[in-house]
Design a protein around this ligand. Structure first.
Ligand SMILES: *Cc1c(COP(=O)(O)O)cnc(C)c1O
Length: 403
């Protein structure tokens, strides 16, 4: 928690509640950690911008010499506005239309396809072009079944043993395979599964001489629980270095570029979500703390049963004591829970709940469900000054697209 109690109340007074607050210094620190992950190697970092695509954050990430992954034409559009040139954007498509591929091609953005049929479609509209292929090494990892993005039971990537079919299609359409990529899943805190995935990807890479890049994917985790250990970047770096050296010894292009695609790791810890407490009640033995933090604002706990650390910021000094309580939002579903049965400071109406690690997959997944307004986003810059970087929705935003 990077905000003092006074600052929390000052920000809520100034910008309203609920409110996403990001700290520029923390964001830059995470960028640097990823940027410098493999000092001895030819490494580029692509930020997977779906984790948080606020344009002001994108500009900071770009300023830290980090490239970007796009998951949709909308992201490409936004990333260009943030100042990214085409060669710094990598479009990783999954089941996309030819029109979407064409958009990326017209924007001079490299496309990764993730099935044989998508490779065929790409060849039809862009014969002789550059392309990348996403493979599925058959190994997956992740904090929840919904975000395990490789392995034998997921929709992603081209099966490892379809290399001959890929080669056939490349030949058929005279395509130039510039790189291969993978992403095996989200939020690992120990490096073994990632390393296994990389080894598997390198076995595939060895079958394609002359690649310009090999993209090992994202998934780098941050600790969400109090006291949970951090991902050991030094250990990960050392292990990766060895595996890559072994691969390079036999590979024809010694200058091949390695890429990683962290999403969450970059903005997760720079963000905190603030919400006000409007009710406290006992309901048949459970204490419910009622806030404006519905799952339209932060969806992860409902969608993935995710844990986020919460801090109670007291409005009045001198109220002591602790309790076990459940923090809920204002959406008409009983699953609308931010934190269940947690030990916390005794809460009163008027206190503020601060939710940690809210910078990734927070605002990005927010919605207007229940015709709730999406919250504002505020940046605390390097000098400690706060600045609005996205205004709160208005009622007008709710009706903008009605015809
Ligand atoms: C979401 C995604 C990432 C980033 O995942 P994190 O777990 O947030 O690091 C990387 N690559 C691809 C293809 C993705 O879809």
């Amino acid at each position: 928690m990077f905000l003092s109690d006074e600052k929390v109340f000052e920000l809520i007074k100034k910008y309203g509640s609920p409110l996403y607050v990001y700290d520029e210094k923390i964001l830059r620190k995470s960028c640097k950690e990823m940027h410098d992950l493999l000092p001895g190697k030819n490494l580029r970092v692509n930020y997977s911008a779906k984790a948080n695509s606020n344009i002001e954050l994108l500009k900071i990430v770009r300023d830290e010499d980090i490239d970007v992954d796009a998951m949709s034409p909308g992201e490409i559009y936004l990333q260009k506005l943030a100042g990214y040139s085409s060669d710094k954007i990598f479009y990783i498509g999954n089941n996309v239309s030819k029109e979407e591929m064409q958009y990326a091609i017209d924007e001079n953005v490299l496309v990764s396809v993730d099935s044989l049929s998508q490779l065929e479609s790409f060849g039809q509209i862009n014969p002789g072009g550059n392309v990348a292929v996403r493979f599925n090494p058959g190994i997956g990892t992740g904090h929840h079944a919904k975000v395990v993005t490789a392995g034998k039971k997921t929709k992603f990537g081209v099966q490892k043993d379809f290399v001959p079919q890929v080669k056939e299609l490349l030949k058929k359409y005279d395509l130039n395979l510039v790189g291969i990529d993978q992403h095996i899943g989200s939020l690992f805190l120990e490096s073994d599964s990632y390393i296994k995935g990389v080894e598997s990807l390198l076995e595939i890479a060895a079958q394609f001489p002359g690649l310009k890049f090999i993209d090992m994917g994202g998934g780098f985790g941050v600790p969400y629980h109090e006291g949970e250990g951090r991902l050991d970047l030094k250990e990960l770096s050392d292990k990766l270095d060895k595996v890559l050296d072994k691969f390079l010894a036999d590979y024809d292009n010694k200058d091949v570029l390695f890429k990683i695609e962290p999403g969450r790791y970059i903005p997760a810890e720079c963000g905190v979500l603030l919400g006000e407490v409007y009710s406290v009640k006992d309901n048949y033995g459970t204490t419910y703390v009622g806030t404006d933090l519905g799952f339209n604002v932060l969806m992860r706990p409902v969608l993935y049963d995710s844990y986020h650390a919460v801090t109670i910021v007291k409005a009045n000094a001198g109220e002591d004591g602790e309790e076990v309580a459940t923090i809920v939002g204002n959406i008409c579903e009983s699953g609308d829970i931010i934190a269940s049965d947690r030990q916390m400071k005794k809460v009163s109406v008027g206190d503020v709940v601060a939710v940690g690690n809210a910078g990734a997959y927070g605002f990005a997944m927010s919605s207007n469900y229940n015709c709730r307004l999406k919250p504002a986003e505020v940046l605390i810059d390097k000098d400690g000054c706060d600045r609005l970087i996205r205004r709160r929705d208005t009622f007008e935003d709710l009706i903008r697209n009605f015809v």
